[in-house]
Design a binder for this molecule. Structure first.
Ligand code: GAL
Length: 463
């Protein structure tokens, strides 16, 4: 029998573009994902989030799903262009604010704590087209202005804020590999974008702390994502490679928050491609997260691969992996999810311990964890034993991490329901609720029924 502390926070998570739909409704402006999906071939089957799960029209029903499971918290994101159609405060869209206000009220009425992410990748298109998106430093001020509107309108009821979801994905997949919006391919832009994401986060936190936090009494942080990197052999070079890979992945965004600067291995290897913080910026960024938000899904092996490392040289996109001098690969004995992500629960424990040690035991919230599996709807039921196994074994690994001193305070399963899985479209199902994308009916999978029972039993279960 495994059990979690009584005050452990159990939740589930979604994001705006993946579930809301209503892409042009009630004054919402277009986002970079609305545009990206229009480009043929960018998303599987040329799918898009125009309707998605139609959550925009179903907030009561969807909050009822959470209530049914006894969830204590729900993590969702606000679509920036639903509130500020061109990204700036020139025009504030009251209808957009009303939508989120209603959602927040409904959650609170059902005793579910709202955890609000301000940016989960759907940048107002106008800011991309007119101001180069995350490539310009001025985006930090735009983001702070947007954040201020949200704190001002929702901060009386929202006590948990996450500024940015997965800076690594925005930088690498959006500006390095070009597989996510805005679709740019570069070996240098990701590091500039990453820098501006950190500054934007820190500026929003500054606004919150100076203007709202004392009165509203909430907390604010950022959510970063990271896989575990396991040394492929006992060879010291592979150990160093795994450590380097973790620093390039998570250290890139977490070291500045805790130490005020980037990991030294990035400075050494990237030369001029890695921007520097001025002393004032470093001060602003350091200490700017009240908790450690972590999204974690998988593990790979890491082998040292010296490659061609020339500081400052901007080679082609393959160079992003080359920058680290690491080859990533899987142990053939590992099973994988539908995303081909390896299922390695102990990697989750090791990552939690790595974070705890490196950053001096911060309060950690796993703000996403889960898996895509080939769900089958049979006689009105989805018996997703594979997802159930994933969740149980990852949670057991979390429990071990807690036993080993990690201050893990909460866990949000990704995702409340099947949704638009970015470039993979609707084929990859991550939900604990099955969504029939024709009728939009939501059906609890076996994993949702189990998760709800587990939450009602205050985090007790058998593996
Ligand atoms: C995360 C992302 C989520 C979800 C999940 C599964 O990177 O924040 O939006 O898509 O991965 O791929």
């Amino acid at each position: 029998m495994i059990s979690f502390p009584k005050d452990f926070l159990w939740g589930s998570a979604t994001s705006a573009y993946q579930i809301e739909g209503a892409w042009q409704k009630a004054g919402k402006g277009p986002s970079i994902w609305d545009a990206f999906c229009q480009v043929p071939g960018r998303v599987a089957n040329n799918e898009h989030g125009e309707r998605a799960c139609d959550h925009y029209h179903r907030i009561r029903e969807d909050v009822a799903l959470m209530k049914q499971m006894g969830l204590k918290a729900y993590r969702f994101s606000i679509a920036w262009p639903r509130i500020l159609p061109d990204g700036t405060t020139k025009k504030i869209n009251e209808a957009g604010l009303q939508f989120y206000s209603d959602l927040i009220d409904e959650l609170i009425a059902q005793d579910i704590e709202p955890w609000v992410t301000l940016y989960h990748w759907d940048l107002p298109l106008a800011l991309q087209v007119e101001e180069d998106g995350w490539l310009r430093k001025s985006i930090a001020d735009r983001f702070a202005d947007y954040a201020r509107v949200c704190f001002d309108r929702f901060g009386d009821r929202v006590k948990n804020w996450i500024t940015i979801n997965e800076a690594w994905v925005i930088a690498i997949l959006g500006y390095g590999q070009g597989v996510f919006a805005p679709g740019r391919v570069s070996n240098a832009e990701p590091y500039l974008v990453g820098h501006h994401l950190l500054l934007a986060h820190a500026r929003a936190v500054e606004v919150y702390r100076k203007e709202f936090q004392a009165e509203q009494g909430g907390r604010i942080g950022i959510t970063n994502n990271c896989d575990w990197r396991e040394p492929a052999t006992d060879n010291p070079a592979d150990h160093e490679a795994a450590q380097r890979a973790l620093e390039f992945f998570l250290g890139w965004f977490a070291d500045p928050l805790y130490f005020g600067h980037y990991p030294q291995c990035m400075v050494d290897r990237l030369g001029d491609r890695l921007p520097q913080f001025s002393p004032e910026e470093s001060e602003l960024v350091k200490g700017s997260s009240d908790f450690f938000g972590l999204n974690h899904y998988t593990t790979t092996l890491a082998s040292d691969e010296p490659g061609r490392v020339v500081p400052g040289e901007a080679h082609n996109n393959a160079g992003i992996a080359e920058d680290q001098g690491v080859r990533l690969h899987l142990d053939p004995s590992w099973t994988t999810t539908e995303m081909d992500w390896a299922i390695v629960p102990w990697g989750c424990r090791k990552l939690l311990e790595w974070i705890s040690e490196r950053y001096d035991q911060p309060d950690i919230y796993i703000t996403e964890n889960g898996g895509a599996f080939p769900d089958q709807l049979v006689d009105g039921r989805v018996d997703d034993q594979d997802r159930l196994g994933y969740l149980k074994t990852y949670l057991a690994a979390c429990r071990e991490a807690i036993d080993n001193g990690v201050k893990l305070r909460g866990y949000f399963v990704w995702s409340l329901m099947d949704n638009f899985e970015w470039a993979a479209g609707y084929d990859k199902r991550f939900g604990i609720h099955y969504v029939d994308f024709e009728t939009l009916e939501r059906i609890p999978k076996a994993s949702a029924l189990w998760y709800g029972e587990m939450v009602k039993n205050e985090g007790s279960f058998t593996v």
